[in-house]
Ligand binder design. Structure first.
Ligand code: NAD
Length: 274
């Protein structure tokens, strides 16, 4: 396994296990350089969203890399307001235009907006059929949200992207997704930067002569997850990619689960208000 390793999603599309997240990376030089450095380091997977406001820079950096489109996996997400305004089909066209792409590899419902996520999932079916997204999935969906869309649709989400870190291990949700054939993809895998300061992680890092970030990302990979750590720092982008040349033993792998506090850094899908 290496940086080019991929997991096969439930519709046969292959998704690289490691990608670059660009949440809070500013449109322009910051995002452009982060994506450029990531591609130079061997990343072939970028995770953005309409609401991040940086799709144009992501697309420009991909285009300038001269890597074949088919060799790069791009995820973007429909924003809540576009669901509320029934703008689902226009929203993907806007994202594609900003990205300068004909299709995305994965299109996600960003949040389960009440009264809207079920009908949006039906529109995701249409978007999928047009080929504008090679796979469609969800984000921040708990089990009951997924059960509800599965009760009205035969299309099983390819991915569920949810907050998950050593302090929020999400075992029940990840097990449920696995059982349904839905790839689990943590966001905030590094606890948005907080988890790298955990002393227990630091002790494990010392043992393997790796950094805390690498230990956490390796743990996620050994759980079978796709990881999308965010950084716009060149050294860290390279560091975060070097997780395929070592393996956590069972004791260390299991120890990380004991750090769980069900602690979120971001909003709760049951109570978010945006
Ligand atoms: P993250 O856990 O990836 O943490 C990112 C932060 O960790 C960085 O800003 C930096 O401060 C720090 N960091 C990164 N590499 C490091 C290293 N090697 N050593 C020390 N510190 C390091 O948090 P995130 O950005 O919230 O999540 C990752 C990606 O997930 C996002 O960029 C975005 O693409 C996606 N995301 C999705 C949602 C959603 O609702 N679907 C929400 C948030 C993020």
């Amino acid at each position: 396994m290496d940086l080019s390793s991929k997991v096969k999603l439930n519709n046969g599309v292959e998704m690289p296990y490691l990608g670059l997240g660009v949440f809070l990376a500013k449109e322009g030089e910051e995002t452009y350089n982060a994506v450029k450095w990531a591609i130079e380091a061997g990343y072939r997977h970028i995770d953005t969203a309409m609401i991040y406001g940086n799709e144009e820079s992501v697309g420009r950096a991909i285009k300038d890399s001269k890597i074949a489109r088919s060799d790069i996996f791009v995820t973007t997400k429909i924003w809540n307001e576009d669901m509320r305004q029934n703008n689902q089909e226009k929203a993907i066209d806007t994202s594609l235009k900003l990205l300068g792409l004909d299709y995305v590899d994965l299109y996600l419902i960003h949040w389960p907006v009440k009264e809207k996520y079920v009908e949006t999932w039906k529109k995701m079916e249409v978007i999928y059929e047009t080929g504008k997204a090679r796979a469609v999935g969800v984000s921040n969906f708990n089990i009951h949200h997924i059960e509800e869309i599965l009760s009205v649709s035969k299309l099983v989400p390819a991915v569920n992207q949810c907050e998950c870190s050593p302090e929020l291990t999400q075992e029940d949700l990840a097990d449920y997704c696995k059982q349904k054939g839905i790839q689990f993809e943590p966001w905030g895998p590094l606890g948005q930067g907080n988890s790298v300061n955990n002393p227990e992680i630091a002790a494990i890092a010392k043992k393997y002569q790796k950094t805390p970030a690498q230990i956490i990302l390796r743990w996620g990979f050994q759980r079978g997850f796709v990881n999308i750590p965010k950084s716009s720092n060149k050294t860290r982008i390279v560091e975060n990619s070097k997780i395929f040349d070592f393996e956590l033993d069972d004791a260390d792998f299991n120890k990380i689960f004991t750090l769980n506090k069900n602690k979120r850094n971001g909003p709760d899908p049951e109570t978010f208000d945006f």
